[in-house]
Design a protein. Structure first.
Length: 85
């Protein structure tokens, strides 16, 4: 969704379907670090052969999420997930 303001470099947030390999890798990374909730930066595009896993944010900034997916109540989902621990 180009055009959303961001304070970092020229980042463009877009929706995409996460394939099973990426989802499994993200879960494994979080488990190894003992994180129940995190944001993982995943780089992909024509210049990459595979996904590149960037930094891991245990307190991710979610300010653009509502712009991309206003149909999902993310804070509610996060709280419910954390309460299931």
């Amino acid at each position: 969704a180009p055009g959303f303001p961001e304070t970092h470099a020229d980042i463009i947030y877009t929706n995409f379907d996460v394939d099973a390999e990426v989802a499994t890798n993200c879960i494994n990374i979080c488990n190894k670090l003992g994180l129940r909730f995190a944001g993982l930066d995943i780089l992909f595009g024509d210049e990459y052969d595979k996904y590149i896993y960037g930094e891991i944010n245990p307190c991710p900034g979610l300010n653009n999420f509502n712009n991309l997916r206003p149909d999902i109540n993310l804070p509610d989902k996060i709280l419910k997930s954390l309460l299931e621990i």
